[in-house]
Design a protein around this ligand. Structure first.
Ligand code: PA5
Length: 467
């Protein structure tokens, strides 16, 4: 079996979709834009603005994470990750892909002595309390992750969990914490130095949503028993492919280009539909990557463009019974990307029964994997027949290597897409604006004007509540 993931883009093309598709000539003509986007990408890379691209080829982070994970091996029952957005989604995606969905329910032996993993990426007090009620402070390692070190949600979580650790361990609380943050800047780095906390670096040139292959993801994943070496090897395999200037051999470039062309044709919504429960959280991670990177008000010339495709996530076959009707017959504003697994790591044969009832006996002897993949093929066909563009990432089998390939492919495709859209995929001014209002509303010094502005804005709407 092929050990590399493949992009099947047949169902994006005019010979399958008629006028709703992309023609071969159109794709080749757009090749020039793709070459320019690629040149832009590599110029930015040379300027140190695409550092995520060289991560799979940098053993430094792998070594620091393996070393620290080895030091902690067997010492903790639980690992709590505190972080949000790019500091959390990638870990959840890869953990879910590579560890069983029942990982936290398994006993320690089944987990090979690894701690349970809790990624707390929100500040809903009900959930935070419920999770903590299950844990013993002395047996819990906390991995606090924030690139900027200033995100309000993560800072609040830090203060709360620090107090919880102190109650149990007193001054020794710091032994139960590892901080992953910028190597030099930020408040967290100051706290690390002051409290003499164990720490790992998020390389300065790698933004949150592109950071899963840094200690942000590598350390918690190593603690949860993921083979991070093979993960990075898979990413490196894909890195070599994405360096190929031949667009037909470079899946990241082809994916970015086809999605860009479809956007121009009115497909403003990019649905990623996973036909694997394990890969479903990958669609959450991709949603952030695509949305935050490509949704921009201004282009690289500072002109207002208000551009960017809207990523949506879906799960096959479940959402065939929820969303698919809209995708097949609703507005022609969607392009669907399937994640399809060719061989499931384990499968179930459907028992044979009721031989005289043809409407159920046809299933006997087939497997669940076969059923799921037949559903994916049927969905792709139904969409295509109705002129709805769709393509598939075909994953031979879920493994650290293929997951590394997929993650790296999607990161690189997102960066290329930034070049095609003519925007900066690495910043997030809108998110930063929201963060500043939060600081103001929560009384952070220096943000008083934001508080005043928010209060004035809200007061203006006070008469329009329906009670
Ligand atoms: O991709 C991004 O930059 C963001 O989603 C960040 O990851 C998120 O806002 C959290 O930021 P930080 O890691 O600085 O706390």
């Amino acid at each position: 079996m092929n050990s590399r993931i493949r992009l099947d883009y047949n169902n994006l093309m005019t010979d399958r979709l008629g006028a709703y598709g992309i023609s071969q000539a159109g794709l080749e003509a757009a090749g020039k834009a793709a070459v320019q986007a690629s040149q832009w990408f590599h110029a930015r890379r040379a300027a140190g603005k695409m550092d995520f691209f060289d991560l799979p080829d940098t053993p430094e982070h792998l070594n620091s994470c393996l070393k620290l994970a080895a030091k902690y091996k067997g010492k903790f029952d639980d690992l709590v990750v505190l972080g949000i957005g790019g500091s959390a989604l990638g870990t959840t995606a890869i953990h879910s892909a590579l560890n069983p969905s029942t990982y936290n329910l398994q006993d320690k032996k089944a987990r090979r002595g690894r701690p349970r993993l809790w990624v707390l990426d929100n500040v809903d007090p009900e959930k935070l309390k419920a999770v903590l009620a299950l844990l013993k402070a002395k047996r819990t390692l906390v991995n606090l992750i924030s690139k900027s070190g200033a995100t309000a949600e993560t800072s609040a979580q830090f203060l709360w969990i620090r107090q919880w650790l102190m109650k149990d361990a007193g001054k020794n609380w710091s032994k139960n914490m590892v901080v992953t943050t910028d190597p030099a800047g930020g408040i967290l780095r100051q706290i690390v130095d002051r409290e003499k906390l164990s720490s790992l670096d998020v390389p300065s040139g790698v933004g949150g949503r592109f950071s899963v292959l840094t200690p942000v993801g590598l350390f918690p994943l190593a603690m949860a028993g993921v083979d991070i070496k093979s993960l990075l090897e898979g990413a490196n395999q894909m890195r070599k492919m994405t360096l190929n200037e031949n667009p037909w051999k470079n899946p990241a470039r082809l994916y970015a280009l086809t999605q860009f062309l479809l956007y121009q044709k009115g497909c403003r919504i990019n649905v990623m539909m996973s036909y694997s429960d394990s890969l479903y959280p990958m669609t959450d991670w991709f949603r952030q990557l695509w949305a935050e990177s490509l949704g921009k008000r201004v282009n690289n010339q500072n002109q207002t463009v208000e551009t960017g495709p809207t990523p949506v996530k879906a799960l096959g076959a479940t959402d065939q019974h929820s969303q698919l009707q809209l995708y097949i017959e609703g507005p022609r504003d969607k392009a669907i990307t399937f994640l399809m697994v060719e061989k499931f790591r384990s499968d179930i044969t459907i028992p044979r029964a009721y031989p005289k009832i043809a409407d159920i006996s046809y299933l006997g002897g087939k497997s669940f994997g076969q059923l799921l993949n037949s559903e994916a093929r049927a969905t792709a066909l139904a969409l295509s027949k109705n002129g709805r563009p769709n393509c598939s990432f075909l994953i031979p089998e879920i493994s650290p290597r293929t997951v590394g390939q997929l993650v790296f492919l999607l990161e690189t495709a997102t960066a290329y897409a930034g070049g095609l859209f003519g925007i900066n995929p690495m910043d997030q001014p809108g998110v930063e604006e929201g963060k500043r209002y939060t600081y103001g509303l929560m009384g952070r010094a220096g943000f008083e004007n934001r508080k005043a502005e928010a209060e004035k804005f809200e007061a203006g709407n006070s008469s329009r509540y329906v009670v």
